[in-house]
Design a protein around this ligand. Structure first.
Ligand code: CAA
Length: 262
């Protein structure tokens, strides 16, 4: 069986699963095949117990992902376009809800579906050269991979409306100010900064992180009252894990915890 044609999957430092979208001729644009490969490769990272954190990035210097593939999209019927949107949403939902922490390493253009992919990740670290935006309205479309929902949650209605209505690409610094990215670093430090954060995350309790991400996300959907209850349920559940016994014991014994994700 042939491997993926449009992305590279590798495990680095034994714990970091890195997925690099790699269609250089079209700035890593997402066609249906690439979405399928991303889904499949991400699933592989979820199933690989050694992988504690996933990094998603784009190949080459220029782009993270320049959006959905416009050439492929242009030929879609309305029903096919709805299906394409649902498929993209489902793949990105799994990135967000799969249970492992995911960092977007935004190395260049993150436009349209590319920014939507970055927004589905839990943390975004951007190169100072990156440009981010949702230019779909300039094509007579609107964001279709969750951008109308996730950008509002990340940046608030005012900023999200400006970004979506103007269709402009914004600088990494603008994105930082708007809360769209967590951090901006120089291009030559992007991997080291991402790796350092990934290794820090990889040393923490995997089950606890999974429960925390779930409480945060479900709380956002349901509102703070239900979110608080979900938090207490998850907090209680953590006390049933080996990781919790190990983490507290290691603290009391003044040693580093060795989490097994159980
Ligand atoms: N789909 C298909 N091809 C793309 C693409 C995309 N999203 N983005 C870039 N390309 C292709 C270009 O057509 C070009 O191909 P050729 O060499 O065959 O002409 C190649 O990649 C290089 O791009 P440019 O020559 O345009 O490079 P540039 O440096 O002049 O500009 C850019 C870079 C500003 C990112 C520009 O390519 C651009 O505006 N791309 C489109 C961005 C966009 O509109 N994205 C949203 C797509 S819609 C979407 O994502 C819907 C959704 O929500 C699901």
């Amino acid at each position: 069986m042939n491997g993926p044609q449009n992305l590279r999957a590798e495990v680095l430092d034994g714990v970091i699963g890195r997925l690099t979208l790699d269609r250089p001729k079209v700035l890593n644009a997402l066609n249906r095949e690439t979405l399928g490969e991303l889904d499949c490769a991400f699933d592989g990272m979820l199933r690989n117990e050694a992988v504690r954190v996933v990094v998603i990035t784009g190949g080459g210097e220029k782009a993270f992902v320049a959006g959905a593939d416009i050439a492929e999209m242009a030929a879609l019927s309305p029903m096919e376009a709805r299906e394409f949107s649902r498929r993209g949403q489902a793949v990105l939902d799994r990135v967000e809800r799969g249970g492992k922490p995911v960092i977007a390493m935004v190395n260049g253009y993150a436009l349209g579906g590319g920014l939507e992919l970055a927004l589905a990740c839990h943390v975004r670290i951007a190169s100072s050269q990156a440009k981010l935006g949702l230019p779909e309205v300039g094509l007579g479309l609107l964001p279709g991979f969750g951008g109308t929902q996730r950008l509002v949650r990340a940046a608030g209605m005012g900023a999200a409306a400006e970004w979506i209505l103007s269709g402009e690409p914004y600088s990494a610094q603008d994105a930082l100010r708007a809360g769209v990215v967590n951090r901006v670093v120089e291009p030559d430090q992007l991997w080291e900064a991402t790796r350092a954060l990934a290794l820090k995350i990889a040393a923490r309790g995997p089950v606890a992180m999974r429960l925390a991400l779930e409480a945060m996300r479900r709380g956002l959907d349901a509102g703070p009252t239900e979110g608080m209850q979900l938090e207490s349920d998850a907090f209680g559940l953590a006390f049933a894990t080996e990781d919790m016994r190990e983490g507290t014991r290691a603290f009391l014994e003044k040693r580093k915890a060795e989490f097994r994700g159980r």
